[in-house]
Design a protein around this ligand. Structure first.
Ligand code: PLP
Length: 397
């Protein structure tokens, strides 16, 4: 392919481990291999460095270090928060859970599981802009509600939810409020104490740490039951020898992620806007998710008359890594539940493109993407029977 570049525009799927994170981790994979539970210096040093990382995570969130638990990923944090709270409060007769229709599967499949265990689940709808109305949460809360879990920012359409208002409502009603903030950390300012957030999940690999490490913040006073039973790690709350290199890396990554959020967003937002405006120049396209209340680096556009998967494969040939709203790769032909939740028709949802850029995607990269996409879309549409029917004004559903 002529003038081939490599542009990584899929930071919502995962991020590259940064050089500083890798540098910080390496000693723990080589000489500092002690078990934090061991009594000798090699172990004590590892213990100390895990605690340093905990302080960094706490500081980044406005929490106390003893409110932070390291986990193996964002999914584990979500599972622990929801299942743990459900288990604890079911004993007090609270068997109702509130979440939203467009959560990550780490939440939705957990609540589906709990439903099969006899819990009742209310799914709050989202507006066509991809936003939750706090009033809907308020109206859904009952005397037997155990937990409300609403994501901070959506992983597909990037919309940022009114977390302060939702937390306030939950605090007033005395209901535990959890938020999956995997996509928000490092992109929006978070202060869990000020905001009244009771529990928060985050993941390392979305903020330039490695895959397979995460954290759960649990406000002091909430007695979350153990999820992984075994040794006394994590103050007896989460067994398993600590993943010291990954935890140290997470500490460095989050410290860096929450630094200069406004400055980073000021660089990314105009590039993101140029991508949105450029792609929307194509006929039969629409932006998914609110234009203002969205993550600085998120672009999600439906392009009618094409298949998302084909678009991704073509973009890949041009060296562009992106993502789509259809899940064909995972063996299912169902379009994304997120895109359906904002009212898209199946065939429109299938032709969706998500770009998630960070500050390393330059203005020249944006130019290149905007040069490639119309070419690729035109080619795909010219081969599409759906597009042909659309152009003739025939029904194609
Ligand atoms: C990526 C992601 C998760 C899962 O995190 P893992 O560390 O990959 O398990 C959960 N929620 C959201 C919103 C995500 O984007």
């Amino acid at each position: 392919m002529e003038n081939k570049r490599f542009i990584y525009a899929d930071n919502s799927a995962t991020t590259r481990v940064s050089d500083e994170v890798l540098e910080a981790m390496l000693p723990y994979l080589r000489e500092n291999y002690g078990n934090p539970s061991s009594i000798y210096k090699l172990g004590r040093d590892a213990q100390r460095d895990v605690e340093n990382a905990r302080e960094k995570v706490a500081r980044a969130l406005g929490a106390d270090p003893n409110e932070i638990y390291f986990t193996s990923c964002g999914s584990e944090s979500d599972n622990w928060a929801i299942k743990g709270t459900a288990e604890r409060l079911a004993k007090k007769g609270k068997k109702h859970i509130i979440t939203s229709v467009f959560e990550h599967h780490a939440i939705l499949h957990t609540t589906e599981y709990l439903k099969r265990q006899g819990f009742e689940v209310t799914y709050i709808p989202v507006s066509e802009k991809g936003l939750i109305d706090p009033e809907d949460v308020k109206n859904a809360i009952r005397d037997d509600t155990a937990i409300v879990s609403i994501m901070y920012a959506n992983n597909e359409i990037g919309t940022i939810q009114p977390i302060d208002e939702i937390a306030k409502i939950c605090n007033e009603k005395g209901v535990i409020f959890h938020t999956d903030a995997v996509q928000a950390v490092g992109h929006v300012e978070i202060d869990v104490h000020k905001q009244g957030i009771d529990m928060l999940s985050l993941s390392g690999h979305k903020i330039h740490a490695q895959k397979g490490v995460g954290a759960l913040y649990v406000r002091k006073g909430i007695a979350l039951p153990n999820f992984i039973h075994g040794g006394a790690q994590e103050r007896n709350k989460r067994a398993g020898t600590e993943n010291v290199p990954a935890i140290v890396g997470l500490g460095v990554a989050i410290e860096s992620a929450v630094k200069n959020i406004a400055e980073k967003n000021a660089i990314i937002t105009p590039r993101r806007n140029r991508l949105i405006d450029g792609i929307l120049k194509l006929p039969y396209t629409r932006l998914n998710g609110d234009r203002e209340k969205r993550l600085a680096g998120n672009v999600n556009i439906s392009i009618e008359g094409i298949e998302g998967e084909s678009l991704l494969l073509m973009l890949d040939m041009y060296g562009i890594c992106a993502s789509s709203g259809s899940a064909c790769t995972s063996g299912s032909l169902d379009p994304s539940h997120v895109l359906l939740s904002i009212g898209l028709k199946h065939e429109v949802a299938h032709g969706s493109l998500r770009l998630s850029i960070d500050e390393t995607v330059t203005d020249e990269d944006v130019d290149y993407i905007l040069e490639v996409i119309p070419k690729v879309v035109e080619r795909l549409r010219s081969m599409s029977p759906v597009w042909e029917k659309m152009m003739k004004g025939e029904s194609y559903e």
